[in-house]
Design a protein around this ligand. Structure first.
Ligand code: ATP
Length: 302
């Protein structure tokens, strides 16, 4: 079941196509990575989903309905560029933003109090935004994004400017919101964060979708037959290297790539025959970083 389905979404700025016939589904309850190099079209897509800008053509279905009627209350968007009024007091500003999302003043105060107590920042209520550091402002922006309890959270570089402690704090809040049913769309260039957090991804390049799926499936589809062999007591010399090439050779660990048309068992059989004391024999799946670079490299930008 998808919470959000994009169908043939297209967006052109002057004579440049920023989003080119993009379709994908975001499974309900998932943590979904929206990935792509600089200028790929991610922000354009997010701005279309959140209604900040309109698509030229295509359709977006949210929870079974056309998205146009339901946006403000059901979506929380944390933009990469902070969107807080610098001179306004933090508490007052959050109440104002919550009211725009449809909360009553009383409910707004209640939920903001809850988040401030949770984050131990109650003394920030009467500070002006400009008096807060970059990371502190990011925490306020996070509260502004989640305080109306949206079904879909779109987080663009949510950890930007946060120290490791606050990164962990926000990360665990994201997991908790996801556990409670929110679907999370996470956009970042930090592939190790995507590996850690996301279950599904879509990769956009030059306005087009080039890859989509569960992280594990994507990795399996892009594996390169590389294996890591751990052993004790040395490798025998004179291995027939018909079936593999050596990528690296440490004193107790060998990384190899099986040649096309060969099976990993051929090498395993030979090693066992030669009495090598094998400790481990594991396939190495590519990292998302490697997949990202391989998929995107060689593409020139206008
Ligand atoms: P980044 O990772 O750098 O934030 P992105 O994937 O979010 O990149 P977009 O901001 O969506 O990329 O931009 C996609 C393309 O559309 C770029 O070529 C950009 O120059 C162009 N573009 C975006 N907004 C506008 C605009 N308002 N007017 C003209 N061109 C635009």
């Amino acid at each position: 079941m998808s919470i959000l389905s994009l169908r043939n979404v297209q967006k052109r700025y002057h004579n440049h196509i920023a989003v080119n016939n993009v379709s994908f589904d975001i499974p309900e309850g998932s943590i979904f990575g929206l990935l792509g190099p600089n200028g790929a079209g991610k922000t354009s897509l997010i701005r279309i989903i959140t209604g900040i800008t309109g698509a030229d053509s295509g359709e977006i279905i949210f929870d079974g309905q056309n998205i146009n009627n339901i946006r403000a209350a059901q979506i929380g968007y944390l933009p990469e560029e902070r969107g807080l009024y610098k001179k306004m007091k933090v508490g007052e500003q959050l109440v104002y933003l919550a009211r725009l999302k449809g909360l009553s003043k009383r409910d707004a105060k209640k939920t903001i109090d809850h988040w401030f107590e949770k984050f131990e920042i109650t003394e920030w209520w009467n500070k002006k935004v400009q008096e807060l550091s970059k990371g502190m402002q990011q925490k306020i922006q996070f509260v502004a994004t989640v305080m109306h309890d949206p079904k879909l959270l779109i987080l663009d570089e949510p950890f930007s400017g946060l120290d490791p402690i606050n990164t962990n704090l926000i990360k665990s809040e994201i997991y908790e919101l996801n556990q409670k049913g929110a679907t999370i769309v996470f956009s970042t260039h930090r592939m190790e964060q995507v590996e850690e957090i996301c279950e599904h991804i879509v990769l956009i390049n030059q306005g087009q979708k080039i890859l989509e799926g569960k992280v594990d499936d994507v990795k399996n589809e892009h594996k390169e037959n590389k294996f890591k062999i751990g052993f004790k007591g040395g490798m025998p010399s004179g291995l027939t290297k018909d079936s593999f090439t050596v990528i690296s050779d440490d004193h107790d660990e060998l990384i190899i790539q099986i040649k096309p048309g060969h099976k990993p068992n051929e090498l395993l059989g030979e090693l066992m025959q030669k009495g090598v004391n094998i400790q481990s024999y594991n396939e190495i799946l590519p990292s998302l970083n490697e997949i990202f670079i391989n998929q995107v490299k060689g593409v020139s930008y206008e």
